[in-house]
Design a protein around this ligand. Sequence first.
Ligand SMILES: Cc1cc2nc3c(=O)[nH]c(=O)nc-3n(C[C@H](O)[C@H](O)[C@H](O)COP(=O)(O)O)c2cc1C
Length: 202
Amino acid sequence: MMANILVVFYSRDGATEALANAIAEGAAATGATVRLRRARELVSDEVMALAPGWAENAARMNALYEAPTVEDAQWADAIIIGSPSRFGLVSSEAKAWLDSLGGLWARGKLAGKVGSAFCSSGSAHGGNEMTSFTLTVPMAHFGMIIVPPGFADPAMFAAGTPYGASAITQNQPGYQLSQEERAAARFQGQRVAQVAQKLTSA
Ligand SMILES: Cc1cc2nc3c(=O)[nH]c(=O)nc-3n(C[C@H](O)[C@H](O)[C@H](O)COP(=O)(O)O)c2cc1C
């Protein structure tokens, strides 16, 4: 049996979505079965109308990706979760899905699964490391085995984001990942899938 990898993200302008896709590709390249899910909106339509493109992007992505469920978490051998940085922390939309996992946590159903995190941010020192790193806090509560990409591949030296793949968008909607950012994200997906595979066959 190949490992089951769940990639959950939130995104409004597409950068975290692009990272999630590259991570999913890297995981799938190992032969793993991958589910790619987008957390849903929590804010009002008025808030979504504040920036050009947010509502349209959300409609496009929601047609492409199912919403993450509790069953997805139960199914997964590894969960990789990504978010745009929101004042240095995870978005409330991605956090709401984590908060839905309390029942699984209480029954110890998340213990032993692999966890990993990623993030996009507007600026280079605007909190993407903090966002990825603090996403590992709930993973510790869950008893997950936390697997950062580290500097475990040449791609990581080029991207320099050992806590989790990242994209720095300069707040440009529709930002395209750099080659280095994409390679780091692919590596993270590959590494997490390989570790999960080893653990599930152990
Ligand atoms: C409410 C809000 C808070 C944000 N806080 C930060 C921040 O603390 N640091 C940062 O670098 N970017 C911040 N940003 C910018 C986003 O993190 C950035 O545009 C991100 O790349 C968007 O990801 P997406 O394209 O997946 O939506 C913030 C954006 C919003 C809307």
